[in-house]
Design a protein around this ligand. Structure first.
Ligand code: HEM
Length: 522
């Protein structure tokens, strides 16, 4: 009897799961939005979920099925998501009608752990109050005050490069760049010297970086489950951030606060600013409703250790990897394009001549070609292949399409950045697109490596500052070329949340003539 019932029971269970996972698969058909037929459980993202392609590439594939559709429907696993391809509509989502799209992702779950209570994951009033109060940390005057800390890290970087190149002129660039940017962010954010450039063995900051960026298959599956099926993820007791990292930063911050007697110092780092906020015990900001009415409503958030911890871990996570990866891609492209590199080098030499070899805050404004080299690398290799939004209030697009609160929205960066109508010959590395007069030709809302609108990357100025300082430090003494055997075309790591090459990028560092006259002035 049991033997006969078992297969029937199993069949019924399997069939119920099948029906359950497909229950939302009529969403786009009902709304009459073009979409690909979804597959059970994976929707249109089988390649991403099965770790064959990264999120940006998988999204591009979905977009390519409907190249001219302003809006494309998709199923992210079992969940509907809307891909916005048209720049005018991207403008509505990110900027003009931002009130309806203030969410990032799975907003209902951000309170489930300390880490996701940070600015990046918040939405609505909490996001607005946080953003208003954290923005001054990244103002140009704050960046200028902070620049000497970046300058100090650049001296250490200069020495580290020489030491490493003495051992071998061929370097795995990403590892080296991450040691530099990690030191910059920790010095500026926490006022600590990480020694990542002096000591890699048992370096606890490096270890934390490795834990955070762990993209082994198990971790990648967990990350995916979290974004598609958060109720299962949190129901099983998982967390996006490991307790090891939470614990490490908790202790680090407590020690720093105690060392500073909970009083701001003259260091001008992020911790000083946080301590100033903490002295008030709470933080006040405008309500999102003010975007809709003149009410002038205010929101108050309590500031406790957990609040400070959540923002600090975010700065660490967002601060080093994004910039080190971008530096790596920039150097890779310069190595492949020697004429562009020669132009960048000329500008670096000229900057140093004009400034008596001093690295100053103004270096970002005074090296526009170098900045264009970074911008073009970010066009070709955006750190986030997809910028996410979530509908936070029901919305009706001008076409009449109604979307409900909670719907995922995806802005497809690869699709925009490689569209030949916006960027002719998109596979060519041409920094000139972002240089001088030509820069004006970039159509608004077609280029967004730092996002767009009120949620634009908060650390963009900081990122540019550390990347340009890093590039000047390298190029004043070395030129780079691809190491023997290094592939010219890169594959992206499917398991990583941020765009990463599958294999290390190896470059040959060649000493330039006359470098002795260009050593950084201390
Ligand atoms: C090359 C370097 C970087 C790139 C390409 C980058 C890219 C991005 C992107 C695409 C977003 C999402 C923007 C949006 O939703 O519209 C973002 C958000 C953010 N980034 Fe960056 N980022 C970089 C460096 C940094 C650095 C150095 C920091 C901090 C020290 C930082 C802090 C943040 C924060 C706090 C947010 C959340 C903003 C919000 O949601 O209001 N980023 N970044």
């Amino acid at each position: 009897m049991f033997a006969t019932l078992l297969p029937i029971a199993l069949f019924l269970i399997a069939y119920s799961v099948y029906l359950f996972t497909r229950r939302k698969f009529t969403y786009w058909e009902k709304k009459k939005i073009p979409h690909l037929p979804p597959t059970t459980l994976f929707g249109n993202y089988a390649d991403f979920i099965l770790q064959k392609q990264n999120l940006g590439e998988n999204t591009l594939k979905v977009c390519d099925a409907f190249p001219d559709a302003p809006l494309v429907g998709a199923y992210y696993g079992t969940e509907p998501s809307l891909i916005v391809q048209d720049p005018e509509l991207i403008k509505l989502v990110t900027t003009k009608d931002f009130f309806h799209f203030s969410g990032r992702e799975i907003s209902n779950y951000i309170h489930k752990e300390m880490f996701t209570r940070n600015l990046f994951f918040n939405y609505g009033d909490r996001w607005k109050a946080l953003r208003q109060n954290l923005s001054p940390i990244f103002s140009s005057s704050k960046m200028k005050n902070m620049f000497p800390l970046i300058g100090k890290c650049s001296f250490v970087f200069e020495d580290m490069l020489d030491r490493e190149i003495e051992k071998s002129s061929i370097l795995e660039v990403r590892v080296i760049m991450a040691r530099f940017t990690m030191d910059c962010i920790c010095s500026c954010a926490f006022g600590v010297e990480t020694q990542t450039m002096e000591k890699t063995e048992n370096n606890v900051f490096k270890q934390m970086g490795d834990v955070i960026l762990d993209f082994r298959p198990k971790q990648a599956i967990k990350n995916t489950i979290r974004t598609i099926w958060p109720s299962i993820f949190y129901g099983l007791g998982f967390k996006a951030m490991s307790s090891e990292v939470d614990g490490f930063f908790n202790k680090l911050l407590t020690d720093i606060f105690e060392n500073r007697n909970y009083q701001p110092t003259s260091r001008n780092d992020f911790i000083d600013y946080m301590l100033k906020l903490k002295q008030n015990n709470n933080l006040v900001g405008d309500s999102m409703m003010n975007l809709k009415s003149e009410a002038g409503s205010k929101v108050t958030l309590e500031i406790d250790q957990e609040f400070l911890l959540a923002q600090s871990v975010l700065f660490f996570v967002a601060g080093f990897e994004t910039s080190s990866t971008t530096l790596t891609f920039t150097l890779f492209q310069l190595a492949k394009n020697p004429e562009k590199q020669a132009k960048a080098i000329e500008e670096v030499d000229e900057y140093l001549r004009r400034n008596e070899n001093k690295l100053k805050y103004e270096c970002v404004a005074e090296t526009p070609y170098l900045e264009a080299c970074v911008d073009e690398a970010l066009r070709m290799h955006p750190v986030l292949g997809v910028v996410g939004r979530e509908v936070s209030e029901d919305y009706v697009f001008p076409s009449g399409l109604k979307v409900e609160k909670g719907l995922r929205v995806q802005l497809p960066l690869y699709k925009l950045h490689y569209n030949p109508d916006y960027f002719p010959e998109p596979n060519e590395y041409r920094p000139e697109r972002f240089y001088g007069e030509e820069k004006r030709n970039v159509k608004p809302y077609t280029y967004m490596p730092f996002g767009e609108g009120p949620r634009l990357c908060l650390g963009m100025r900081f990122a540019r500052m550390q990347m340009i300082a890093g590039l000047i430090t390298i190029l004043k003494k070395y030129k780079v070329e691809l190491a023997p055997g290094m592939k010219k075309d890169l594959d992206y790591e499917p398991k990583s949340i941020v765009t990463q090459p599958t294999e290390g990028i190896k470059l040959n560092f060649i000493e330039r003539e006359g470098w002795q006259s260009r050593l950084l002035a201390k």
